[in-house]
Design a protein around this ligand. Structure first.
Ligand SMILES: C[S@@+](CC[C@H](N)C(=O)[O-])C[C@H]1O[C@@H](n2cnc3c(N)ncnc32)[C@H](O)[C@@H]1O
Length: 632
């Protein structure tokens, strides 16, 4: 850590509102106060304070093994030149015509961005809040990458080993065959395109969109009109309005015979809408759209270094402690969860010699899908129950009973009482939620009538869904599988770090009422574990609006009323979980949920005050439903 003698900044004391600054504005609007203040006669007051760490600091740069490597020397160099210019202007602002220096920096930056964007639209810079020459552009301390740069230590990610056979059975491993499609035309026909079938096979779980394999023998009924078998995109390259939020995307790719004219190639062609870097009033830099956007429009994909969970945790602590911010994004989607659930179930079936009953024909495969879907849903209900009912309840008896259940210990009479008590509370809660929903529907249609009793679909509270399982053995089995899946997720989870390498999407800020969501997208890379995180608009966005997503994950981002009706197999809407979350604080609970519950109950007070372990940034999104916090 370095210490330097610096003068107390007097610029901060000025309360004058800075003039707006735009690329084509006259540059003499830049506030020169920093340099003028240097003339103040307080030269004798020299304080020794720690120089602020930035992403350009050697300590932070050292986190990236790639940034300094030969391989990346060429893409790193322009950044370092730009950064040097920016830092020099910050430290030693020119006293004569600073606007010329500002213009030079701005033009240099815009040209750099234009070049990285590979002939796409480039990005403008809109800055109404520049207060010094160096602030006319965003901090230029990252290398531009649009893809994932895989940390060399992630050997298991680069070369995925097939899973060991169990009882003579080969299990479905991490890879999904990506042979591409053989469509005869430049533009694929979704009824016959192999990429649709691949999507069908990879993700027939939970939501209706890819459940076609449950209806036809090979998943695609060629007699049906094209309309029933669309790609996920419409003719304009936007996600179809009837696609459930967060549904994974499988694009045609380098293995396919179709050309770039194919409708099933959107993310890979890059952004087609004009955006701008935008200096916000209180959230640092952000990104805004310069044109009206329809719902489902692609606006960018997260790029950066792909890290293991361990490395991400290590970096999270350093970023949080030293910089008070983070650019870590977990790759933690529903598709990964169901895939791991499938592996657990296949292993169990293989051990008991029953796996043949679930593979080998379309009918048997359908049985497997139904089984995986049911168990994946129950695990989700259990996880949600633990989060909402157990952690939040403060009921130590219930927490201890759940801890014993998780440890596989038999339930005592006291434990059973605690479960029964909670079951009653969950039912009451589920009824209240159902009643509110009925009232909402009645407001929309006053003629609507309902039976006296709430039906199963209405009682969708996840706590109730888990606790109402009348089979304690099944409940116990779900708890064991939930823990097993958590451990697998811990081991396999990948995180994208765009602190040192990334693109403009690293500037998307958080909002509690977001207009973006990110969608797992598979293109050339077939690995289920590392989809690209592609950002799409979740509603119409007006020109000039800032583009934001929810750092808490997609569940918070999706207006539940916007979702299409659930399929018979899908979980009820309130049970939908976060699909992807901004990397949580370094002190996030371990994956053994129950142990985490107990720990967090005991450590609650300490956790709340240990700043370096928990980033606490006051949310400035300004939304009506703002929770007041950026990280969760
Ligand atoms: C991924 S970065 C986003 C880009 C960032 N604004 C910048 O200038 O580099 C996340 C950081 O942005 C800021 N931020 C994002 N959303 C915010 C919000 N709603 N309110 C306040 N600060 C926010 C926080 O400092 C957070 O640590």
């Amino acid at each position: 850590m370095s210490f330097a003698a610096v003068r107390t900044p007097s610029r901060a004391s000025s309360s004058k509102t800075p003039e707006p600054f735009r690329r084509n504005d006259r540059y003499d609007r830049i506030d020169h106060r920093a340099s003028q203040d240097d003339d103040d006669d307080d030269d004798d007051v020299v304080e020794v304070v720690r120089s602020p760490l930035t992403f350009a600091s050697p300590e932070i740069k050292a986190l990236s093994t790639l940034r300094g490597s030969e391989l990346y020397r060429d893409i790193t160099r322009p950044v370092d030149v730009g950064l040097a210019l920016q830092v020099r202007l910050a430290k030693d602002p020119p006293r004569i015509r600073p606007e010329l220096e500002a213009m030079r920096l701005l033009d240099f930056f815009i040209a750099y961005v234009q070049e990285r964007e590979l002939g796409n639209l480039g990005l403008d810079v809109v800055n109404e809040h520049a207060s010094s020459v160096s602030e006319v552009i965003p901090p230029w301390d990252f290398v531009w990458v649009d893809d994932y740069i895989i940390d060399p230590s992630l050997k298991h990610v680069r070369e995925i080993e097939p899973l060991d056979k169990v009882n003579g059975y080969a299990l479905t491993d991490e890879l999904v065959a990506n042979g591409g499609c053989n469509c005869p035309d430049d533009e694929c026909d979704p009824r016959t395109c192999e990429c649709v079938r691949r999507a069908n096979r990879c993700y027939p779980f939970v939501d209706a969109y890819y459940q076609r394999m449950l209806n036809g023998d090979d998943g695609v009924d060629k007699s049906k009109p094209t309309g029933d078998f669309n790609f996920i995109y419409d003719a304009y390259g936007r996600i179809h309005p009837d696609v459930p939020a967060g549904e994974p995307i499988f694009e045609c790719n380098k293995n396919c015979s179709c050309s770039s004219a194919c409708h099933n190639r959107v993310v890979q062609k890059g952004r087609k809408v004009p955006l701008a870097f935008h200096k916000t009033e209180s959230k640092g830099w952000g990104i805004k759209t310069l044109q009206n956007l329809k719902r489902g429009t692609f606006v960018g994909a997260y790029g950066g270094e792909l890290l293991s969970d361990t490395e991400a945790e290590r970096r999270a602590e350093i970023y949080e402690r030293e910089l008070g911010t983070t650019y870590l994004q977990d790759v933690d989607n529903h598709i990964i969860k169901v895939h791991l659930t499938r592996q657990i179930l296949e292993r169990k079936l293989a051990e008991s010699g029953k796996l043949d009953d679930y593979r080998g024909s379309a009918a048997k495969e359908r049985k497997m899908v139904e089984y995986v879907t049911r168990v994946a849903n129950l695990i989700e209900f259990y996880d949600e129950y633990m989060k909402v009912h157990v952690v939040a309840s403060g009921d130590t008896e219930l927490q201890e009973a759940e801890q014993r259940r998780s440890d596989g210990k038999p339930a005592s009479r006291q434990d059973k009482d605690a479960f029964r008590r909670q079951r009653g509370a969950a039912l009451q809660r589920a009824r209240q939620v159902a009643e509110r929903e009925r009232q909402r529907l009645r407001r929309l249609d006053p003629t609507k009538t309902f039976p006296d009793e709430y039906d199963e679909d209405e009682l969708a509270d996840p706590g109730w869904r888990f606790l109402s399982l009348d089979d304690p053995d099944l409940q116990q089995e779900i708890v064991v599988m939930a823990n097993e899946r958590s451990e697998m997720e811990d081991e396999l989870r990948l995180t994208v770090d765009s602190a040192l390498m990334g693109n403009y999407t690293r500037f998307f800020n958080h909002s509690c009422d977001p207009n973006l969501l990110h969608v797992p997208t598979y293109i050339d890379d077939a690995s289920i574990l590392r989809p690209l995180l592609a950002f799409f608009t979740s509603r119409e966005v007006a020109a000039g609006e800032e583009l934001c997503f929810s750092y808490a994950g997609e569940a918070a981002a999706v207006d539940q009323d916007d979702l299409p009706a659930s399929s018979p197999q899908s979980p009820a809407k309130p049970a939908r979980r976060s699909r992807t979350a901004m990397h949580p604080p370094a002190a996030k609970p371990g994956r053994d949920t129950v142990a985490a519950v107990t720990a967090s109950a005991q450590d609650a007070a300490r956790a709340a005050t240990t700043k370096h372990k928990r980033l606490e940034i006051k949310c400035a999104c300004g939304a009506k439903n703002c929770t007041g916090r950026v990280f969760f």
